[in-house]
Design a protein around this ligand. Sequence first.
Ligand SMILES: [Mg+2]
Length: 332
Amino acid sequence: MSTVEPVAAGSRLPGSVTVGSATVGSATVGAGPLHLAALDLDKTLIFSARSLLLPIPVAPAEGSSAAVSSAEDSLASAAGAAGAAVVVREVERYNGAPQSYATARELELLAELDRVAVVVPVTTRTLAQYRRVDLGIRPRYAIAANGGHLLVDGEPDPAWAATVAADLTGCAPPATMLGLAERFAAGWARTVRAADDLFVYVVAHDRLDIPDLAALTVQVEAGGWSVSQQGRKVYLVPTALTKQRAVDEVRRRTGTRVQLAAGDSVLDIPMLLAADAAVRPAHGELHELAWTAPHVTITADAGGRAGEQLLSALLAQVRADGRWDGGAVVPA
Ligand SMILES: [Mg+2]
């Protein structure tokens, strides 16, 4: 079995934080969880069949009575790389077909983390794309469209939408960037879309079809936007639209004092840098760039195993700090 490097090795956890009256370990905690865990979804917690790097469930035959997703249908037990049984669950279905997976162990760890910290799913997915994903938890807060939507109990927060609209007045409008993207994508791309009227993305048939991004990047940056490539997708995103700005808002609303984070892409960097301790998987855009920071650890494995390892590492961090547990503080 593989292991993950301990997050604590490079942790920037503050030696003393003042949140309430009870002091545990090096931290002081109040009425709610001390930790907020900001978790990217794609290629961090959930995986396509290609990026999971584990045997996936065999889809039921089209039209068979078992074709409708059920917990049992979406389970598969297979021998993992290390020889241990790995149970893989379907966590997203699109157009009648399984779209994303997570391991059962990941979902268990996520549920455990959700009990001791404020877990915030943080994704660049549009609202509709986010809503297809079922992680088995019901987080009070979630962030979609790269910070463009702050969901409270599953619904977009209008006050946050107004804040974002004001923030984006200094950046070029999405229609301008959509025009740039359409010209860039001519002849090779499968899809060019404006997402929730907030950002733009291009999807290639194959990542090898994507031309050099240098010239596009210059044009995009002139409009106050940035470019990020994740596999077959190229994202054009206003620089003022970051996941971390929305995470800051959730921190403000929840009073959490310690930020944990996990993510695999350039769009996750502000969130990883703002965290007191963070983990990234040993795959994806940041891994290809060999990106790291002193308080960011890297999982031992890639794929779905990395998802398990990063959640284990974040849970270990919560336990090491001392955690809030339904009103009582549990010492490390
Ligand atoms: Mg990702």
